[in-house]
Ligand binder design. Structure first.
Ligand code: FES
Ligand code: FES
Length: 180
């Protein structure tokens, strides 16, 4: 059964017809030609398809498009500010936080969502003191980004990049400084 839905995708209004069984990932990639979110596992296990849905990170392969009528979707293609990369993108470049790049759009969206969650005080599995503020140290970053796999194993650079962004020092400093 086909349904017409409206989405805002990376700032542009899109109207499309989707089968009720179509995932948001397939609607973006196959129907709208928005190929920034990647299909890795198609089972919610790799994070390559992560987008920001009304500001929160979701695995778009586990989300039905028809349920998102009227929602705002932001992919890694839509997080930049004019000619300027998003601070997360800039830091990933600075710290070699990718190799083949297949997981990177999902890492970018997940990281932006993760930073907002931490700022809002959401605890993670490894947060010890629920009354203290969230300090995004390496353990917290690895836990909070554990839904995003990288087959190239660029985790060291990813963690260093996100630690730097968390400290508000985007795009500057060395890996050693970021890990200090
Ligand atoms: S493709 Fe969605 S989590 Fe792997
Ligand atoms: S950079 Fe290749 S899978 Fe992550």
């Amino acid at each position: 059964m086909e349904n017409q839905i409206d989405l805002t995708v990376d700032g542009g209004r899109r109207t499309l017809s989707v089968d009720t069984r179509t995932t948001l990932l397939d609607a973006l990639r196959e129907t709208l030609g928005v190929t920034s979110p990647k299909k890795g596992c198609d089972h919610g296990q790799c994070g390559a398809c992560t987008v920001l849905l009304d500001g929160r990170r979701v695995t778009s392969c586990l989300t039905f498009a028809v349920a998102q009528d009227g929602s705002e979707v932001v992919t890694a293609d839509g997080v930049h500010d004019g000619d300027d990369l998003h601070p997360v993108q800039e830091a990933l470049v600075e710290h070699d936080g990718f190799q083949c790049g297949y997981c990177t759009p999902g890492q970018v969206c997940s990281a932006i969502g993760m930073l907002d969650e931490a700022k809002a005080g959401w605890p993670s599995h490894v947060t010890e003191d629920l009354r203290a503020g969230i300090e995004l140290d390496e353990e917290e970053i690895r836990e909070r980004m554990s839904g995003n796999l990288c087959r190239c194993g660029a985790y060291t650079g990813i963690v260093a990049a996100l630690a730097e962004v968390a400290r508000g020092e985007t795009g500057r400093g060395t890996d050693e400084e970021a890990r200090a």
